[in-house]
Design a protein around this ligand. Structure first.
Ligand SMILES: Cc1ncc(COP(=O)(O)O)c(C=O)c1O
Length: 380
């Protein structure tokens, strides 16, 4: 591979550019930060309460509990549902490792089912085969911002609680219902690069059950009795969402829909720019327009070579995720093997995430598409 002339990489296209926040958001954030810094209200407080109300409304849920991050959102939701030792929780091998970490952290065993290669989300047919007497919960993942097929999944679940991993799907919807509002609990991460990102770590669980929400509020704060000081009614931990982060999230929540529109517009541009090339585009959702493209993920042959060429041309492509959960060294104890989940393993070999973020310009998507065209075109 020959090095490209410097002019070609002068304006690299990053995978995500967090610096393109609207100036008015930054100005408002600074003024909230300085007000809160002077007030000393860092944990709990008005901003947290207001954000919880606003985010619950946004998701179409009755309640929201702000927590420290997405992993703790999943952990606390499972714990509040009483999931623990000797239980099994079913999820997918194509996800960020945090999904299984949260399951294992409550003492339960993650049981994996393969994904549907079309949706890249949980295959409801495989879920039906995996449910057993110890299944205490099911965790579908709305991967890359595309909602998992929740109607089918919930039908298969019956009475078994579904806890959605919506860390990549703020604002995604099926029909009129938003991600997070389908299962008994919906778990979100506000890691900075997420569609709704904090300026640091953050997370939340939305639900419709006041008793479940109260248990989660207690669990995020040392198992406290919420109505009596210094009384601890269960073993909990420190897992709160800061008041400062809540203030930032409130500002950004107002922009979320338009930012998601931006992502969808960029995805449409990629679809037309990449048409005719030997790449597999994300399959269109039958409920088109409701996915939120946390990532725009294509599939290509010789993925690692294509990735290297893109990077050489200044395109910040990446892979989510090169190793499925069951083949990660720390998760061999689950006793799965190569070949157990063919769809997840094929995706791990072939997927390539292209730059996408609110504010990505048509010129940038064109530059990415040109680089792909040149990388996937066989030279004679
Ligand atoms: C699918 C998925 N689940 C869970 C998490 C965990 O979130 P956090 O990093 O905030 O703990 C993430 C994000 O990192 C994620 O992408």
């Amino acid at each position: 591979m020959t090095a490209l002339p410097p002019s070609r990489v002068e304006h690299p296209v990053p995978l995500v550019d967090l610096s393109r926040l609207d100036e008015d958001i930054l100005a408002a954030a600074e003024s909230r930060f300085s007000r809160l810094a002077r007030s000393g209200a860092f944990t709990f407080g008005e901003e947290l309460e207001a954000f919880e109300t606003e985010f619950a409304d946004y998701c179409g849920s009755g309640d929201c509990v702000g927590v420290s991050d997405g992993t703790n959102a999943l952990r606390i939701a499972l714990e509040a549902l009483g999931v623990g030792a000797n239980d099994e929780v079913i999820t997918v091998p194509s996800t960020f490792i945090a999904t299984v970490e949260a399951i294992a952290s409550v003492g339960a065993r993650p049981v994996l089912v393969d994904v549907d290669p079309e949706t890249r989300c949980m295959d409801p047919g495989r879920l039906a085969e995996a449910i057993g007497p110890r299944t205490a919960a099911v965790v579908p993942v709305h991967l890359y911002g595309r909602p998992a097929p929740m109607d089918e999944i919930l039908e298969v679940c019956g009475d078994i609680p579904a806890v959605e991993d919506a860390a990549q799907a703020h604002g995604a919807a099926i029909g009129e219902s938003r991600a997070g509002s389908f299962g008994v609990a919906g778990c979100f991460s506000f890691y900075p690069t997420k569609n709704l990102g904090a300026m640091g770590d953050g997370g939340a669980v939305v639900c419709d059950d006041p008793a479940l929400a109260a248990t989660m509020r207690s669990l995020r704060h040392h198992g406290a009795d919420l109505s009596a000081a210094n009384r601890h009614v269960r073993p909990g931990s420190t897992a709160r969402l800061d008041n400062l982060q809540a203030a930032i999230l409130r500002l950004k929540l107002r922009r979320l829909d338009s930012w998601n529109d931006d992502r969808r517009a960029a995805a449409e541009r990629y679809r037309s720019l990449l048409r005719g090339l030997p790449v597999v585009l994300p399959r269109r959702d039958p409920l088109e327009g409701r996915e939120v493209f946390h990532l725009f993920v294509i599939e290509v042959d010789e993925r690692d070579r294509v990735l290297a060429e893109l990077r050489q041309r200044g395109v910040g492509a990446a892979v989510h995720y090169p190793t499925p959960v069951h083949l990660q060294p720390g998760w061999r104890w689950l006793d799965y093997h190569g070949g157990d989940f063919p769809a997840a393993e094929a995706l791990a070999r072939r997927t390539l995430s292209l730059p996408i973020f609110p504010g990505i310009t048509p010129e940038e998507t064109e530059r990415v598409a040109d680089a792909i065209a040149s990388a996937v075109t066989v030279r004679g």
